[in-house]
Write a protein of this length. Structure first.
Length: 106
């Protein structure tokens, strides 16, 4: 998914891709200038909710820049998170024009 988004959005935006939550957090610790952070809500290991929580603790400004992608909030924790935080969310499957529209709205 990350490579596909990088290819599709690369001509319009500077794109960095991380394949794990830890890698993303490492990149975000080194560079706080990201305008938008696209993140899958449910991932193996640490979830997008975990990434959000860590960013909220160390850099709330970045946490507010997150846009989540999800095939559905299948756990009660994910449902509560989306209700509580109310972040922008792209429902899978989505079209690249949907991504562009959500990113442009930020």
């Amino acid at each position: 998914m990350g490579r596909t988004l990088a290819i599709a959005l690369g001509p319009e935006f500077d794109v960095a891709v991380a394949t794990t939550a830890d890698e993303a957090l490492s990149i975000l610790a080194e560079d706080e200038d990201f305008e938008v952070i696209l993140c899958d809500l449910m991932m193996p290991g640490r979830t997008g909710m975990d990434v959000h929580a860590e960013l909220e603790a160390r850099n709330p400004k970045l946490a507010r820049r997150m846009i989540f992608m999800t095939g559905g909030a299948y756990t009660s924790g994910a449902q509560r998170f989306l209700e509580r935080v109310a972040p922008p969310c792209l429902q899978k499957p989505f079209f690249i024009d949907d991504v562009r529209a959500v990113v442009a709205a930020r």
